[in-house]
Design a protein around this ligand. Structure first.
Ligand code: F6P
Length: 361
């Protein structure tokens, strides 16, 4: 009997998931003669027995598509599964259902495409003996033990284009534009997007900002004849001695906190303290939608193919990690040991400062 492997996309979506699925299916069929089963809506599909077979032709043309043909869920933790009872949501351990469905589908391995939350679930499953290989995915680039995750480059591309567009309107109206980007507790998207777009101020969670310093910097620019400023602020940025701005709590999610709205706090303070007309733009889920960049397509293809190789080697509990130019096996446990935030001695911070960019402190 042919070996059957399952593939699912957990957590929030991002550009490049379909490119991974495309690579998994082609590598599995062409190189190893495996069968592939696509699990629908992340771990939810494995708990509830929802899936579709993925034949070679099923992945034709999906490589450039945004989103995921399998659907995703960032609320379906089998160990803490949300169940609606009358008006309230309660949590149940449904890992038994997952194991039963895994058997029923006659799977010999599962490839879980995901970030922090998905990898936490994957590592618990590995402890229970489920043969899981991960594929590192997140626009935030905050997964430890890999230099980069796919989806990040596409998000940075969106941010860069947005800043380019904001530049022209900021210049015309002599305004301050505050643009808020995603990234959770890591400033990677803000830092890379801010440098690529030539942001004048970049505020990241790793460096609590000094509001007075931001306002003085913008006023100094004004005095030097720069009548506009672009402020790039990460959703997780916070003022010195202050807190992150929480937009909502999602109880069913691995990380229940959803950040968002700090740009309004920053924008209001700039307008009040400098007297300069200020506008705020929150890029939000635009950063997660649409086609992956060429870089992400190549990375996703390399990671998807390598994940199947790891399955073939029975390297369960591992995922393909990017180290420099290479893709190497790394332990899922290592990826979730801590969040990969921007180190304060990052050469990129130094580069940004040397371009005259103010980093908030
Ligand atoms: O982790 C990816 C991410 O897009 C974060 O940057 C953001 O904080 C969060 O997910 C948003 O989650 P949701 O899609 O649940 O609003």
């Amino acid at each position: 009997m042919k070996r059957r492997i399952g593939v699912l996309s957990g957590g929030g979506d991002c550009p490049g998931i379909n490119a991974v699925i495309h690579a998994v299916v082609k590598r599995a069929i062409l190189t190893y003669d495996y069968e592939v089963v696509g699990i629908l809506d992340g771990f939810e599909g494995l708990v509830e027995g929802r899936y579709r077979n993925l034949a070679y032709n099923d992945v034709s043309g999906i490589l450039p598509l945004g989103g995921t043909i399998l659907g995703a869920s960032n609320r379906a933790n089998p160990f803490r599964y949300p169940v609606r009872r009358k008006d309230e949501v309660v949590f149940e351990d449904r890992s038994k259902d997952l194991l039963e469905n895994f058997e029923k589908l006659q799977l010999s391995a599962l490839i879980a495409i995901g970030g922090d939350g998905t990898f936490h679930i994957a590592s618990e499953l590995v402890r229970l003996g489920v043969p899981v290989v991960g594929v590192p995915k997140t626009i935030d680039n905050d997964l430890n033990a890999t230099d980069i995750t796919f989806g990040f480059d596409s998000a940075v591309h969106v941010v860069t284009e947005a800043i380019d567009r904001l530049h022209t309107t900021a210049q015309s109206h002599h305004r301050v534009m505050v643009v808020e980007v995603m990234g959770r507790y890591a400033g990677w998207i803000a830092l890379h997007g801010g440098i690529a777009g030539g942001g004048d101020v970049i505020l990241i969670p790793e460096i609590p900002f000094h509001m007075e310093g931001v306002c003085n910097f913008i006023l100094e620019r004004r005095e030097k004849g720069k009548r506009f400023s672009i402020v790039v602020v990460a959703e997780g940025a916070r003022p010195l001695g202050g807190d992150m701005v929480v937009q909502r709590i999602v109880r069913e999610s691995h990380d229940q906190i959803r950040l968002g709205g700090v740009s309004h706090v920053v924008g209001r303070a700039i307008e009040e303290k400098t007297g300069l007309e200020t506008r705020v733009v929150i890029l939000g889920h635009l950063q997660r939608g649409g086609s992956p960049t060429a870089f992400d397509r190549v990375l996703a293809t390399r990671l998807g193919a390598k994940a199947v190789d790891l399955v073939a080697q029975n390297a369960f509990g591992y995922f393909p990690a990017v180290r420099g130019q290479d893709i190497v096996p790394a332990r899922i446990e290592e990826a979730i040991a801590c969040l990969k935030t921007v180190p304060l001695d990052s050469p990129l911070l130094d580069i940004a400062r040397s371009m005259g960019t103010y980093l908030g402190a």
